[in-house]
Design a protein around this ligand. Structure first.
Ligand SMILES: [Zn+2]
Length: 294
């Protein structure tokens, strides 16, 4: 039983939901479930470092037998063992390590090295998650625009050239079906970087309206969305690319997306703040109403 020496080839960045593949390795995990490694996969795995988009729903089909993929995570191997998720001891691109997509299946799964399978992803779930992810990027760019006048020092710029509030203050980003939730810490470290938090609670209705107006303008352009990539392997750099009005944008992103903004129909955010252990936390909840696209 040898481990793969190269990173898994991934087809989900192009929108693929079905791929023929060969089983390269099957490991038994500490919890008794099995880890199936393939040469190529269309299943989007959850990333250990930035787990914003969850795993696709999928099955591994061999003949008439469908093996459900219970979870799909990123793993790494140096040829002697498989390390999964947070237990990966090295960074991506480390010499001598292969980064692989780990398809977690039940412990009684009969798949073995050398088997041919068809990787079949739940296309509906993928489409709704992709909509949530594209909307998440748009909403964070629109949020940056809405709060751009609150900086007294110039922070780093986002892909549109706006002060990058999202990139500076983001705590957690969670992408789900037709939705995303982003939380931002409005604490001392953000204020030190020059962001004025005064009166932001009273400003939330006006900021919400500004963001939703920007989002409606962007969705109405039906701009094309695509993934730029340096290669077809799991760890090759990928970027979300979209021609927003006046400026094409490119954001590093390992997720999946719609192919045009019109598919989103209507994107709306709501903003709220609450206190977490003495620090004010801003939550932006973004929802997609694809049915509004007609
Ligand atoms: Zn992304």
């Amino acid at each position: 039983m040898t481990y793969p020496a190269e990173d898994t080839v991934v087809s989900y960045p192009t929108g693929s939901v079905e791929t023929g593949a060969t089983v390269l390795h099957v490991d038994t995990m500490p919890d008794g479930r099995r880890a199936v490694l393939l040469d190529v996969t269309s299943v989007h795995p959850v990333d250990a470092g930035w787990p914003d988009q969850g795993a696709d729903h999928a099955v591994l089909r061999a003949g008439s037998v469908d093996t459900p993929v219970l979870d799909c995570v990123v793993g790494a191997t140096d040829g002697t063992a498989l390390h999964v998720g947070r237990d990966i001891p090295v960074g991506k691109g480390t010499e001598g390590w292969a980064f692989v997509v780990v398809h977690v299946v039940a412990g009684d799964c009969a798949l073995a090295e050398g088997d041919a399978v068809v990787v079949a992803v739940d296309a509906g779930f993928r489409a709704r998650t992709s909509a949530g992810h594209t909307a998440c990027h748009l909403a964070s760019l629109a949020l940056n625009l809405a709060v751009a006048n609150r900086w007294k020092k110039e922070p780093r710029a986002d892909a549109l050239g706006t002060p990058d509030f999202d990139g500076t203050a983001i705590d957690v980003s969670l992408i789900t079906e037709n939705a995303s939730t982003d939380t931002y810490r409005l604490g001392k470290s953000l204020r030190k970087k020059g962001f004025l938090t005064d009166g932001i609670d009273d400003d939330l209705p006006a900021l919400t309206e500004l963001i939703n107006t920007t989002l409606a303008e962007w969705v109405a352009t039906d701009a094309e969305v695509h993934i730029d990539r340096d290669g077809d392997r799991l760890t090759d750099r990928r970027y979300w690319a979209c021609a927003l009005p006046g400026r094409p944008v490119r954001i590093p992103c390992g997720g999946t997306h719609v192919s045009a903004l019109g598919e989103l129909g209507r994107v709306l955010v709501t903003l709220s703040t609450h206190d977490v252990a003495g620090t004010s936390v801003l939550t932006m909840a973004t929802t997609v109403d694809a049915a509004a696209s007609a």
